[in-house]
Design a binder for this molecule. Structure first.
Ligand SMILES: [Fe+2]
Length: 142
């Protein structure tokens, strides 16, 4: 297991935690496929499978922030953009170089470590804000 969701990563909003758990499952699938040297087609598909989920998860958080006029919206959005860019960059790196040790290390650092620290700081702040403003609203944002 390259990355695992644990209770200390809970932002206190179930709908977001559920998505984070799925995100971790997909990241783990990618890191494991790269580590195990799976075939090109398979790793490529897993990259897309992950990118799709990242897009829809971030869209959920961003919609929620807009609805609540969240003061940290621009900063949070900027952080999401960095992560999307990094994922695209690593996919291009994979297409060019294959499942190298360098890719594996970058996935650990730029994807796994990054998302954990994002949740612990930026998403925690959002979670606290949602709770304060009435978490039930979040369930209505889809
Ligand atoms: Fe976020």
């Amino acid at each position: 297991m390259s990355i695992e969701w644990t209770k200390d990563l809970s932002v206190g909003i179930e709908a977001i935690d559920v998505q984070h758990r799925e995100l971790f499952r997909r990241i783990d699938g990618l890191v494991t496929a790269v580590r195990d040297g799976k075939g090109d087609g398979e790793v490529h598909d897993i990259f897309h499978f992950l990118s799709d989920y990242i897009a829809s998860h971030f869209a959920t958080e961003e919609k929620c922030m807009r609805i609540l006029s969240y003061p940290g919206y621009t900063h949070h959005l900027g952080r999401h953009k960095i992560f999307v860019d990094t994922t695209n960059e690593l996919e291009a790196f994979y297409d060019k170089n294959g499942a190298t040790d360098e890719l594996f290390e970058r996935l650990q650092k730029d994807i796994c470590d990054w998302i954990i620290s994002h949740i612990l700081v930026v998403d925690m702040e959002l979670g606290a804000f949602i709770k304060e403003r009435g978490g039930s609203l979040f369930g209505d944002t889809d």
